[in-house]
Design a protein around this ligand. Sequence first.
Ligand SMILES: [Zn+2]
Length: 85
Amino acid sequence: MTGDPKQLSCAEFQAQLPELIGAGGDPSTHPHLQHCPLCRALLSDLETIAEAARKLFPSVEPPDELWEQIESAIKREEEQEIHSR
Ligand SMILES: [Zn+2]
């Protein structure tokens, strides 16, 4: 741990992602994304999911449980990737 945001691992970055999005910021400007196409692809997936959620629930903010579901979906995907190697 150096405290330098450029040194974040993908897992660390992804753990922060819901907060970055939830805070109303623009996660696409995060330094980690400047050198990590994997997380850029993940972010665009998340934005697609968030967009779909906003269409389903146009008048409410996505509940915390939604982010938890997204996070656990990401973790399941990662586990599947590990097992398929
Ligand atoms: Zn990454």
